[in-house]
Write a protein that binds this ligand. Structure first.
Ligand code: SF4
Ligand code: SF4
Length: 461
């Protein structure tokens, strides 16, 4: 929804990609308008980033075929396409994850209008229907209820999202399981029968004697989603998703890769991370190299030799026949005073010299969460990003833990003048100071005054 990612910002991001020279073919469905076989003829590698466009039906009696029982994906699509201007008067969403929070938050924002022609689900089912703009003027608050099997502490949605929804006037019934859709004579749902439950792992256990019916004129299920893989059946893992390796390469289809919700419905940032890994995998695949195994957590370590190579400062090749070279401190085949940090992820705070840093409060993003009385028609971005200046100030708080940030402390405090700056022509990130070991007496002072923990004593404490 636009209160999460404003449409102008999304459009700018898309344009940035197009401006890189990416050709976009609109209104083309692979599997229908163009076959996978044809695509494979024209392209050496294919990345599937098709998202999840089908929602799971609620597995309770009375759901199937009931018109005003819809999925969260379909409901949000009607809103995001700008077609749904208002909704039902009493909405129940069954879920507990981020999608269900979106459903109730959208409902509270768009409201309802007694003058709405037809039924609230019409605009969800009919993709060509566009509700009249005039409905916006007369809208009223919606009674929005979210039910979750899990208690609030264990719900899948982020904690602050749950707080925000409650602040905006959503009723959250936690530890509650749906039992049956109650229907009227016209075949439409009039309510949802529920009861309290406890959880045994992922299985809800009903609490006897707590059954009751919640009234509703539209019921939304946000309990999981899958891809729309019509025409792409051989890619379906049986759950509407695609199975990949850790490198996002499809199992049994080496020229195909998949990223984003179609692999695992999750956050936008997760998809961005997957795209990074997939791009590297495709690069290796196209070069005919073996695709490298990836660790469970992808960490990028600083590697001084790589950095020196990048900046054209590679050491010279070692010639083993050049005579006795033991004890040399000037040969260029070696990086002297080499602090190899490629094994270390981060320096812990007890190794930092904290006296060097002033306490600087964090610059937190602010939130614009309307109250229950103000939420109707409120479509401003909920989470306010930092402006350029504040983002830079926040970045300035970085202690650069583990890597030399060129403060000169070691040069100044060494009593032996053993630490010296590497000549400019040979210096790069992580290669700023070096030590003349013929002067060093091992007093540890440089280690103690180094704010970032960059200097480690080779002989220990
Ligand atoms: S251990 Fe002492 S003498 Fe050696 S470089 Fe560090 S400060 Fe200088
Ligand atoms: S090694 Fe440490 S003390 Fe020396 S310049 Fe770098 S950050 Fe400062």
């Amino acid at each position: 929804p636009n209160y999460r990612v404003p449409r102008d910002k999304l459009a700018a991001e898309n344009q940035r990609i197009v401006d890189m020279g990416v050709e976009v073919k609109y209104n083309t469905r692979v599997g229908k308008d163009v076959s996978v076989e044809n695509l494979e003829k024209d392209y050496d590698a294919i990345i599937w980033a098709v998202g999840c466009w089908t929602g799971r039906a609620l597995p309770v009696d009375g759901w199937e075929g009931t018109p005003n029982c819809v999925t969260g994906v379909a409901y949000l699509k009607a809103f995001n396409e700008g077609r749904m201007k208002v909704t039902g008067k009493k909405l129940i969403c069954v879920g507990g994850g981020d999608t269900s929070i979106d459903v109730v938050s959208v409902a509270r924002r768009i409201g309802t209008n007694p003058a709405m022609p037809g039924n609230p689900e019409d605009v969800v089912h009919d993709g060509s229907m566009d509700q009249d703009e005039s409905l916006i003027a007369g809208r009223e608050p919606v009674d929005a209820t979210l039910t979750s099997l899990f208690t609030k502490e264990n719900m899948m949605a982020a904690e602050h999202e749950i707080h925000d929804a409650i602040h905006e006037g959503v009723t959250i019934l936690d530890g509650v399981m749906p039992l049956e859709v109650i229907k009227g004579d016209d075949g439409r749902a009039t309510g949802l029968k529920v009861c309290d439950c406890t959880m045994d792992g992922m299985t809800p256990i009903p609490v006897e004697g707590t059954e009751r019916v919640l009234e509703a004129d539209i019921i939304v299920a946000a309990i999981g989603q899958g891809g729309d893989l019509a025409g792409l059946e051989s890619f379906d893992n049986g759950r509407g998703l695609m199975d990949t390796t850790n490198n996002y390469q499809l199992k049994d289809k080496p020229n195909h890769f998949a990223i984003g919700d179609i692999v695992r419905p999750h956050l936008l940032t997760t998809a961005i991370g997957q795209a990074w890994v997939a791009a590297e995998s495709v690069d290796e695949f196209l070069k005919g190299e073996e695709i490298k195994k990836r660790p469970k957590v992808d960490v990028h370590h600083f590697d001084l030799l790589e950095k020196m190579h990048e900046t054209g400062l590679d050491p010279e090749t070692f010639d083993p026949n050049a005579g006795d070279q033991r004890g040399t401190s000037s040969s260029n085949f070696a990086v002297h005073n080499y602090e190899d940090r490629s094994f270390a992820e981060i320096i812990s705070s007890d190794e930092l010299f904290l006296g060097h840093f002033e306490v600087t409060p964090r610059h937190k993003r602010s939130e614009d969460v309307p109250s229950a009385d103000d939420v109707l028609g409120h479509f401003k971005e909920r989470m306010q990003g930092l402006d350029d200046e504040t983002a830079q100030k926040e970045a300035d708080r970085c202690m650069s833990c583990g890597l030399c940030f060129e403060c000169d402390n070691c040069v100044i405090y060494c009593p032996q003048d053993a630490v010296y700056r590497v000549p400019k022509a040979e210096a790069t990130t992580g290669r700023y100071v070096a030590t003349d070991y013929s002067r060093c007496i091992g007093c540890h002072i440089c280690h103690d005054v180094c704010p970032t923990g960059y200097i480690q004593m080779g002989l220990g404490e």
